[in-house]
Design a protein around this ligand. Structure first.
Ligand code: ADP
Ligand code: MG
Length: 236
């Protein structure tokens, strides 16, 4: 049996009187591209936020096994540890890539490395390589406002991958794009992830986007459907 890279069990998250998650369980295996689909408001983003340590669940466990210290509980980790993991082990991309508007594409991608203490020259070299992999090297000197939405998302993916994360969390990364640009972003993401062995947790409501994944899990009313089947499938 493959040990999951991240395992969420029985997650409950409430916002006031809203139950965003009501006992959601999900396993992400090392290197797999897992699509999380489901209706709007079903809890997909909340699940991603809990599994990436952005928010802590009210109940349930999130176990991460990829760190240097072995298995650890993200649901119990403090903000400092969780934000360190988001810099070192996890890459995150949202619907709008959240690039720094004042920086060029090259500087945006170099930023996580500079924050980690990499020299400027080495950071720029890696950033250039990742822009190349995502087909946007030609945009290296442009600022986000000077690029198309699809180009900006590919730059955001390059920034998410540049540190060599174990997992990339992507929440509707093509949600603001037309279908051709969305297809280019997904092809680039899946190709880069497979090449580097990075797992991807991909939230999408778009069946065409989900088709790029190795496996699909559906969230409905705050729980992951067919969770028992999912467990059977990965332990086979
Ligand atoms: P999805 O990503 O599937 O659309 P979400 O996880 O964003 O669903 O939201 C699940 C439910 O929790 C929704 O009813 C949403 O309104 C609510 N919710 C999510 N985040 C917050 C928040 N920060 N504050 C209040 N309610 C929230
Ligand atoms: Mg969402």
């Amino acid at each position: 049996m493959t040990t999951p890279l991240i395992e969420a069990r029985g997650l409950v998250k409430r916002y006031g009187t809203t139950d965003a998650l009501r006992g959601a369980s999900l396993r992400l295996l090392p290197g797999e591209v897992l699509a999380v689909t489901g209706p709007s408001g079903s809890g997909k983003s909340t699940l991603l936020h809990c599994m990436s340590g952005i928010v802590r669940p009210d109940e349930g466990e999130v176990r991460y096994t990829g760190g240097v210290a072995g298995a650890e509980r993200l649901d119990q980790a403090g903000e400092g540890r969780r934000s360190t993991l988001r810099r070192t082990d996890f890459g995150v991309v949202f619907q709008f890539g959240q690039l720094v508007g004042e920086l060029t594409a090259l500087d945006n991608v170099a930023l996580p490395l500079l924050l980690a203490g990499t020299s400027r020259a080495a950071a720029h070299e890696s950033a250039g390589t990742w822009l190349e992999r995502f087909g946007v090297r030609g945009q290296a000197a442009l600022r986000p406002g000077e690029m198309s939405g699809g180009q900006a998302q590919r730059v955001a993916l390059a920034r998410a991958m540049v540190t060599g994360p174990k997992v990339v969390f992507a929440d509707e990364p093509t949600g603001a794009l037309d279908s051709l640009a969305g297809e280019q972003v997904m092809t680039a993401l899946v190709h880069a992830a497979r090449e580097s062995g990075t797992a991807v947790l991909l939230v999408t409501h778009d069946a065409q986007v989900a088709a790029y994944a190795d496996r699909e899990a559906t969230v409905r009313d705050g729980v992951v459907e067919g969770q028992d089947e999912t467990v059977a499938e990965v332990t086979r």
